[in-house]
Design a protein around this ligand. Structure first.
Ligand SMILES: NC(=O)c1ccc[n+]([C@@H]2O[C@H](COP(=O)([O-])OP(=O)(O)OC[C@H]3O[C@@H](n4cnc5c(N)ncnc54)[C@H](OP(=O)(O)O)[C@@H]3O)[C@@H](O)[C@H]2O)c1
Length: 237
């Protein structure tokens, strides 16, 4: 094992929203590198099921980011943190014509207050070279029918990164903003041909490519305050 791999294996990572989709792939990849990984879902049932499936000593925790007052208590068992990744989302299909206040409030609370409160709750446990990666998305620039709240909160993630880059220093914070990830559970099996035809790559970005981008943002010690679009050039066509 190289000294870089050994150093990596000694790290502790927390992935909030790690029971499915992109978050689960991130947990698998970090655990395969030997890191101690905590993952969460809304319930201990889903979290423990995912942790058991992934194995490698991962721990499943119940953390509901839409209930921010409960977050600090839910994270109490965690010690020092090197990496925090927050991909959690509870999608809300909402339009202004048919506006569901309860669903919009839940998603806005989860993505903006819940993400911020998770960082607040863990702030004294970040190691000096810790790094955080949040998840937004390109629905902020390329909305789709029903994406009104999703588009709104994705823009909020940009603001959160900008603000916390200075507040958290020397801890680094960046965000990944995926386009449509074709092999993720939410988009797999849908007709994405219109999006593919507008993507210069000629295909959609994959979950593995998102995992690679997260690991780049976590590990490259010069990258800070970046909102990284992961869309295969979609916004340019
Ligand atoms: N997939 C894409 O193409 C795409 C595109 C643009 C942006 N993104 C962004 O990428 C991230 C991951 O997306 P995904 O499609 O991979 O997600 P996903 O498969 O829907 O997984 C969502 C995760 O969030 C957790 N979660 C749901 N509600 C929660 C809550 N109230 N509190 C805490 N955790 C909660 C879920 O856990 P339980 O269900 O176990 O509770 C699950 O682990 C999201 O932030 C999304 O906005 C994805």
């Amino acid at each position: 094992m190289s000294s870089q791999s050994k150093e990596r294996a000694a790290r502790t990572a927390v992935v909030l929203g790690g029971t499915s989709g992109i978050g689960k792939e991130i947990v698998k990849s970090l655990a395969e590198k030997g890191m101690t990984v905590y993952l969460s879902g809304r319930t201990s049932e889903t979290a423990q099921k995912a942790a058991a499936e992934i194995g490698r000593g991962t721990t499943g925790l119940a953390v509901d980011l839409s209930e921010p007052e409960s977050i600090a208590g839910s994270l109490a068992a965690i010690g020092p943190v090197d990496y925090l990744v927050i991909p959690a989302i509870e999608r809300d299909a909402n339009t202004i014509a048919d506006y569901n206040i309860a669903r919009a409030t839940r998603l806005v609370t989860l993505k903006l207050v819940g993400y911020a409160e998770s960082i607040h709750a863990l702030r004294d446990r970040f190691t000096p070279d810790a790094a955080i990666v949040l998840f937004g998305g390109l629905a902020m620039q390329r909305p789709y029918p029903g994406s009104t709240t999703v588009s709104t909160v994705n823009g909020g993630v940009v603001g959160l990164v900008n603000s916390l880059t200075t507040e958290l220093a020397p801890v680094r914070i960046n965000a990944v903003h995926p386009g449509i990830i074709g092999d993720s559970p939410y988009w797999e099996g849908k007709d994405n041909s219109n999006i593919i035809s507008r993507t210069p790559l000629g295909r959609l970005v994959t979950m593995q490519e998102i995992v690679n981008s997260v690991e780049f943002l976590l590990e490259n010690t010069g990258v800070n305050g970046v909102n990284l679009a992961m869309d295969g050039g979609w916004l340019l066509k």
